[in-house]
Ligand binder design. Structure first.
Ligand SMILES: [Mg+2]
Length: 379
């Protein structure tokens, strides 16, 4: 069942993405909510943001990541529910059970998204499209939920394909039609292109795939660094990343490389705050509670340092993490490496509650000890 295209062996990859997952689970568990505008995320009186909106809620313009207060203004009748991650995790496990009837090569992206490599599969089907249809049907029959599937020959194309026909969609990008598909895509839909990159791309007149295709590799690398090189490949449908079967995640983090190297100052602080917000979101999504915080800094000369601190509690508040991060960054910038410009900043958390910790971990500092001590630093 090996498939070849122009002499090359072609992989068969499915990207499965549950539709409005958290909201759909809430409706499944409480069918009276069916057809109503449901937003998962917390009280509109709080600073919570929407983490999932039902399709009815989306008709009012409610979207993920929107403050709940704004969502309520858009739809005063919307029903706001607190997230129940334990339940979503349970359903996610059941979805993965279905996946495992077809392949063991499953790479989860989040609770409700995964890539499956079905080049060879457990049902001996030569058609990845058929496998995707079966999985969608199984999820519907067994769990009463809908999923959208993208089918293609690499991870990037499978992922954008799954977004094409949402909800309950199925979209296939073959080697023959990939080029024409990519010419018309909006570059902001490419994973890795955030708001800032998208603005920058727009400045160069790049909004659609064909405009990105017109740019040379060196043009893109000069202006967008590593991401530029990635974009050059991706827009040509080249993505060799393998589907990696799930491993226990050892850390959750986020980092950013600046367009312009930064000294200690307002811009750097803004970036730090943005990273901490991103970290907090990722931790919630991954449902991880860790107690070792890491701050990574790469300087203009590419020297890289990491400062880590282990706290004596898994219940680190966002405020505590923020305080640690600011403290460490100011020490690095003002005391240890004054006047040295920074090109990359990263924050992460590890040492998760469900992981085995070595005995040496009993020697822990609390946050205040840490602030007074430099001995916790690791190179
Ligand atoms: Mg989804």
């Amino acid at each position: 069942m090996t498939t070849y295209y122009r002499g090359e062996r072609v992989r068969k990859i499915i990207h499965l993405d549950m539709d409005a997952f958290y909201a759909s689970v809430e409706i499944k568990d409480n069918p009276r909510l069916a057809g109503l505008p449901v937003a998962v995320g917390g009280s509109p009186q709080s600073r919570a943001v929407v983490s999932a909106a039902s399709y009815k809620a989306r008709e009012y313009g409610i979207r993920s990541a929107m403050p709940c207060s704004q969502a309520q203004r858009l739809c005063p009748d919307a029903i706001f529910l607190p997230p129940r991650f334990e339940r979503y995790k349970e359903i996610s496990g059941q979805i993965h059970q279905i996946f495992r009837n077809y392949t063991h090569l499953i790479e989860p992206l989040s609770l409700d998204e995964a890539w499956l490599d079905v080049t060879t599969n457990l049902v001996n089907s030569p058609s990845a499209t058929w496998v995707a249809m079966q999985i969608k049907q199984d999820i519907k029959d067994q769990l009463g939920l809908t999923a959208s599937a993208g089918v293609s020959y690499n991870k990037f194309l499978a992922k954008i394909a799954s977004d094409e026909k949402k909800p309950d969609g199925l979209f296939v990008i073959t080697p023959e039609n990939a080029a024409s598909f990519l010419e018309t895509i909006l570059v902001r839909k490419i994973p890795g292109v955030g708001k800032i990159t998208n603005k920058k791309l727009q400045l160069y007149g790049i909004e659609k795939g064909y405009q990105l295709l017109e740019k040379s590799e060196s043009f893109l690398i000069q202006r967008f660094g590593k991401l530029g090189g990635h974009l050059y490949q991706i827009i040509r449908g080249i993505d060799e990343r393998p589907v990696q079967a799930s491993r226990e995640r050892k850390s959750v983090g986020i980092e950013t490389t600046f367009a312009v190297d930064q000294l200690y100052g307002e811009k750097l602080m803004q970036e730090l705050i943005r990273l901490l917000e991103g970290l907090s979101k990722r931790l919630k999504r991954a449902e991880k509670r860790g107690k070792t915080f890491h701050l990574k800094v790469k300087f203009e000369d590419f020297k890289q340092i990491t400062r880590s601190i282990t706290l004596n509690t898994f219940d680190i508040t966002e405020e505590a993490i923020s305080r640690l991060a600011h403290q460490k960054l100011s020490e690095i910038c003002l005391v240890e490496f004054p006047q040295k410009k920074i090109r990359l900043l990263g924050v992460s958390l590890s040492n998760f509650i469900d992981q085995k910790t070595p005995d040496s971990d009993n020697v822990q500092l609390d946050i205040f000890q840490f602030l007074k001590s430099n001995s916790a630093d690791v190179g």
